[in-house]
Write a protein that binds this ligand. Structure first.
Ligand SMILES: [Zn+2]
Length: 326
C-alpha cells in the first residue's frame, strides 16, 4: 500500500510512530485531532480581483480522506487543491486540471487551513476566480464559523486520523535576496519579513505567529488585507490585472503620500498578509485530508506566490520520495 492510501485509511497511533524514518528530512506524525470538515454548506459571492468577474463559491461538507477540491458548477471535473495542480500565474495562485481552472485561490485556502477544514468540496459558479471579498480571509473564516466545524467521517462512518509532515533539517529555496525556509521546530510557526524601503509608510516589517492555532489565525492573520503600491496600479491594470481591484478590497499605499485608504487593521498589516498568503500556498501540500503546513519554523523574506510554489514543490518532491520508501 502506498503512503497516500495508508495515510487516508489507517487509524492506529502506532502507524505514525512506525512511519518515522530517521534519515529523511521529513517524516509524518499523527495529529491530536481527527480530520475535520464543515458541518453545513455555506456560500459567498463577489468580484474576482484580477478578472473583475463575479462568482459564487459554495463550501460543501466532504468525507474524511477526500481532502479539499474545487468543482466548477455543472462540471464534475475535480481540481484538487494541490501543489501538483498549480499553474504559473502573476500575483495570484491558480489551479488547473486539463481545461478546468480556478484562480486566486490563496485567501480561501488560507482560511480553510487556518480554520482546520481538512476536507471540503468547493463549488464555484459564474466565473473561474474566487471572490476577493474585502481582500483578506476574514469573510471566509466567518463563513466557516457560520457553517460550523465537525469531524469528518469516511464511507464507513468512521473518523480518520490526520497526519502532518515534520521537518528534520533546514530546507530552503531562494531567489536573489528572497527566500522561503523551514527549520526544525516542535510546532508550526511562521515568520515573514518584507522590505519596501522605497515606500516609507511600509518599510521593513517582520511578524511571527503560530497559524495552525485556530484563534491565532482568525484574530491575528485572517483580517489582514492584500496591499498594493498606488504608483503601480496603472501598470497592473494595463497588464490586464486587478480589473476588480478597488479601495474596498485592498489597502493602497503611495510612495510619496502614504496610505490612501486608512485605517489599517494592524500597523504591520502588509506583513501579516504575507503570512496569510504563505499559509494558503503551503496548504496546497495537503492531500487526503492531512495538514498542509509542515511542522517546522517557516521563515519567508520578500517572497511571493512563485517562490512559495517552488518551496512547496520541493517539499512535495521529498514527500513523494518518502512514500516510495515506505
Ligand atoms: Zn494575498
Amino acid at each position: 500500500m502506498i503512503l497516500r492510501q495508508a495515510l487516508a485509511r489507517r487509524k492506529s497511533p502506532a502507524f505514525a510512530r512506525n512511519l518515522t524514518i530517521s534519515k529523511s528530512p521529513i517524516s509524518w506524525q499523527q495529529d491530536e485531532r481527527p480530520q475535520q470538515t464543515i458541518a453545513s454548506a455555506v456560500e459567498r459571492s463577489g468580484v474576482g480581483l484580477h478578472s473583475g468577474v463575479s462568482a459564487t463559491v459554495r463550501l460543501i461538507p466532504a468525507r474524511a480522506g477526500e481532502g479539499r477540491y474545487f468543482v466548477k458548477a455543472g462540471d464534475e471535473v475535480k481540481i484538487p487543491a494541490s501543489i501538483d495542480h498549480v499553474e504559473e500565474s502573476v500575483l495570484c495562485t491558480t489551479l488547473r486540471r486539463g481545461s478546468a481552472k480556478v484562480s486566486t485561490v490563496e485567501h480561501l485556502m488560507s482560511a480553510l487551513e487556518g480554520s482546520g477544514i481538512d476536507n471540503v468540496r468547493i463549488e464555484i459558479d459564474g466565473g473561474f476566480e474566487v471572490p476577493i471579498l474585502d481582500g483578506s480571509s476574514r469573510e471566509w473564516v466567518e463563513a466557516i464559523e457560520e457553517a460550523g466545524i465537525c469531524s469528518a467521517k469516511d464511507d464507513s462512518g468512521d473518523e480518520i486520523s490526520r497526519f502532518s509532515a515534520v521537518v528534520h533539517e533546514p530546507l530552503y529555496v531562494w531567489k536573489n535576496d528572497s527566500f522561503v525556509a523551514a527549520f526544525p521546530h516542535p510546532k508550526t510557526r511562521v515568520t515573514c519579513g518584507i522590505d519596501f524601503s522605497q515606500v516609507s509608510a511600509i518599510g521593513c516589517q517582520w511578524f511571527s505567529c503560530f497559524p495552525t492555532i485556530q484563534h491565532t489565525y482568525s484574530q491575528e492573520i485572517a483580517p489582514s488585507r492584500t496591499f498594493c503600491i498606488f504608483e503601480e496600479v496603472d501598470g497592473l491594470r494595463n497588464a490586464g490585472l486587478i480589473q476588480g481591484g478597488s479601495v474596498d478590497n485592498a489597502i493602497v499605499c503611495s510612495i510619496s503620500s502614504g496610505w490612501i485608504n486608512p485605517p489599517l487593521r494592524f500597523p504591520d498589516e502588509p506583513c501579516r498578509h504575507k503570512i496569510l498568503d504563505l499559509v494558503g500556498d503551503l496548504s496546497l501540500l495537503a492531500e487526503n485530508g492531512n495538514q498542509g503546513l509542515p511542522v517546522a519554523h517557516l521563515v519567508a523574506y520578500k517572497a511571493g506566490h512563485a517562490l512559495h510554489a517552488r518551496f512547496a514543490s520541493m517539499l512535495r518532491d521529498i514527500m513523494v520520495k518518502l512514500k516510495g520508501e515506505v
